[in-house]
Design a protein around this ligand. Structure first.
Ligand SMILES: *[C@@H]1O[C@H](CO)[C@@H](O)[C@H](O)[C@H]1NC(C)=O
Ligand SMILES: *[C@@H]1O[C@H](CO)[C@@H](O)[C@H](O)[C@H]1NC(C)=O
Ligand SMILES: *[C@@H]1O[C@H](CO)[C@@H](O)[C@H](O)[C@H]1NC(C)=O
Ligand SMILES: *[C@@H]1O[C@H](CO)[C@@H](O)[C@H](O)[C@H]1NC(C)=O
Ligand SMILES: *[C@@H]1O[C@H](CO)[C@@H](O)[C@H](O)[C@H]1NC(C)=O
Length: 424
């Protein structure tokens, strides 16, 4: 489907995407005017600097579209292909603030490295294992092209990054995907992190009456141990995502997508965030009051937690862009580790912010409706890994490499940023 990307600099492309055609025309006029204006006046956008934008990147100054013209066509919902005023062919780096250049470095690339048009094999649970130099991930559970439902489990796959060629150029390639044969205790894997004490840490949504669970999987033997599958005898709704706090405690989210995707019974618990002590196995709630809590991440110092709320996506009940597509920030209580002082961190303009990761400089990455969006620690949107399609999650594969899951595709971005923690 996609063509090899072009090295687009400041100039808007002449081949806009179909869905944004008219919007692109009108916005591009403003944008062109902006460029001409800023080239003359703004030293930051001088001809030399424009020429030195890294490959596969486009600068979209917020001032270039803040006031759209009288004939502009506005977006009516957040579940379209995204905001692409330059009509650039994805994948590319969309820069809203010059600080995004520090994340990209001087010679970034973004390349599709695996695909399957008929199977959403790369949905969630990206885990990089540095020992194997491999990334494990799960297929879509219960949703479009997931090939899984109340009668069929989803699948866990792996790519070996040793299969990558020496140089990635943005031109799509295909590396092999291997399916892992996990035991039946692992049902509808929807999240993952680690390695944790050498093992992959998976979180599953359960299927039918088979309970949602947290499991440890040996990355080589695939030997599996169930750590948790209930809250004092009650099943969770459908567990979603998981992270390890720097203290070594495990935090995870529970929400209703198993029921909304027709593979779990009616929810019997609030949608909440929990903490599990992996040694005592004591479990408790640390945050509540969500529409649908989903992704979770911590800053490297463990003092701040981010939780996404994907309330505007509701499975068989449809999408409703008046409901949350929101990232909240919290203070992690130094003693109890309860999440306190909830505040708005960001609202995504496209789709919902799903899985979330933090880099060494405190920038926050979230899988959204148009790819991966990046905010600085103050909550300013500084740039996007623009795919024009949904990404549910991503993970650093060591310093300078970001693996992006996009349902039927996997992308690898080679950049300058590094993950905040050893675990993804
Ligand atoms: C949004 O809705 C308005 C009013 O119905 C319509 O004129 C416009 O074309 C729509 N925009 C897009 C991008 O479809
Ligand atoms: C896509 O996935 C399906 C289901 O596993 C498989 O049958 C098919 O061969 C795959 N197609 C490609 C091109 O790999
Ligand atoms: C798998 O785990 C069980 C018990 O936890 C252990 O007895 C067995 O040796 C393990 N097998 C492998 C291949 O690691
Ligand atoms: C969208 O959600 C709002 C707020 O909950 C509700 O008032 C509205 O009826 C919903 N729209 C649709 C089409 O369901
Ligand atoms: C609803 O939202 C999901 C997740 O963002 C998206 O994949 C899907 O295309 C949306 N559906 C519609 C009808 O817009």
């Amino acid at each position: 489907m996609e063509k090899a990307p072009k090295d687009l600099k400041l100039v808007p492309q002449s081949r806009p995407s179909k869905s944004m055609l008219s919007a692109t025309v009108s916005i591009s006029v403003c944008f062109l005017a902006y460029i001409v204006f800023s080239l003359a006046k703004d030293p930051l956008s001088s001809r030399d600097d424009a020429a030195s934008l890294p490959p596969q990147s486009v600068l979209v100054d917020p001032a270039s579209f803040a006031a759209m013209g009288p004939n502009a066509i506005f977006r009516n919902n957040s579940f379209d292909a995204g905001f692409n005023p330059t009509g650039t062919e994805p994948p590319f780096f969309q820069i809203f603030d010059p600080s995004f250049l520090q994340i990209l470095g001087g010679s970034p690339s973004i390349t599709q490295i695996a695909s399957n048009a008929t199977f959403a094999f790369a949905h969630e649970a990206p885990i990089y294992d540095p020992k194997m130099d491999a990334v494990t991930f799960a297929s879509n559970d219960g949703g479009a092209l997931g090939m899984s439902d109340i009668n069929h489990n989803n699948r866990v796959g792996r790519i070996n990054l040793k299969d990558l060629p020496a140089k990635l150029t943005g031109k799509p390639i295909e590396i092999p995907v291997t399916e892992l044969n996990l035991p039946d205790t692992v049902q509808m894997t929807n999240g993952g992190t680690g390695p944790f004490r050498g093992d992959l840490l998976l979180i599953t949504s359960g299927r039918g009456n088979l309970p949602p669970s947290i499991v440890l999987v040996d990355p080589v033997s695939l030997n599996t141990t169930v750590l948790l599958n209930n809250f004092f005898g009650r099943q969770f709704n459908s567990l979603n995502d998981i992270k390890i706090h720097p203290s070594g405690k495990i935090f995870f989210t529970d929400t209703v997508y198993g029921w909304l995707n027709h593979f779990r019974p009616l929810p019997l618990m609030p949608n909440q965030v929990y903490r599990l002590d992996p040694d005592t196995r004591a479990v408790r709630v640390v945050a509540t009051d969500f529409d649908k809590c989903n992704g979770i991440a911590f800053t490297g110092d463990g003092k701040t937690a981010y939780v996404t709320d994907t309330g505007s996506t509701s499975g068989f009940l449809g999408n409703n862009s008046t409901e949350p597509a929101t990232i909240y920030a919290y203070d992690v209580d130094p003693k109890s580790q309860a999440f306190n002082n909830r505040r708005i961190f960001a609202f995504a303009d496209s789709g919902v912010p799903d899985g979330v990761q933090v880099d060494t400089n405190g920038n926050v990455y979230a899988g959204c409706g148009d790819g991966v969006q990046v905010w600085n620690s103050d909550g300013l949107l500084i740039g996007k890994f623009f795919l024009g399609t949904v990404s549910a999650n991503m993970a650093f594969a060591g310093p300078g490499r970001l693996i992006i899951l996009a349902e039927t595709k996997i992308f690898l971005a080679e950049i300058a940023a590094s993950p905040s923690l050893f675990t993804s």
